[in-house]
Design a binder for this molecule. Structure first.
Ligand code: ZN
Length: 156
């Protein structure tokens, strides 16, 4: 029996591939420069909309000064994250960064690099196959303007 049984296009095993593909862009405009937002419910709504029961869901920030990451929804931890990021890549003094010629967001590029561009979550039986306490977050490091997150789901 093939390891890739479920991907066999031939239907010889009575299993025809009917891969679906779904994409949705979520928009955010934060009030503050930095915000960590739990977007799990919005991504779950996209999954429900997709009708996909088995597959993979990619969630990525579409801007290079924002992140998507998975962690605990706990306010103390989020304060710790932001404090740690500010030590690693402080916003001020703006002039210390070579990138900050005509803009002031070098720190945001570095913060995003640390927290990552995207996550991929397995979809099993129509739901996200999370580990304990896992939630999906949008990490904004240069906010107060409209920015997007892409949700792309493939499967069947
Ligand atoms: Zn920049």
């Amino acid at each position: 029996m093939s390891t890739f049984h479920s991907l066999d296009r031939s239907g010889r095993h009575g299993h025809t591939l009917r891969m679906k593909s779904y994409a949705k862009e979520l928009w955010f405009e934060t009030a503050k420069r930095y915000e960590l937002i739990d977007i799990t419910k919005q991504v779950e709504a996209a999954l429900a909309d997709s009708g996909i029961a088995e597959g993979l869901c990619l969630v990525n920030a579409m801007h290079i000064t924002a992140s998507v990451f998975i962690n605990d929804d706990e306010s103390g931890l989020h304060a710790d994250f932001l404090e740690w990021l500010e030590k690693a890549a402080p916003h001020e003094p703006v002039a210390k960064y070579r990138h900050n010629v005509g803009e002031d967001n070098a720190d945001a590029h570095i913060k995003r690099q640390i927290f990552g561009r995207e996550v991929v979550v397995a979809v099993t039986k129509g739901a996200f196959h999370f580990g304990p306490w896992e939630r999906i977050f949008y990490g904004e490091f240069d906010g107060r303007r409209r920015k997007r997150v892409l949700v792309k789901i493939i499967g069947e």
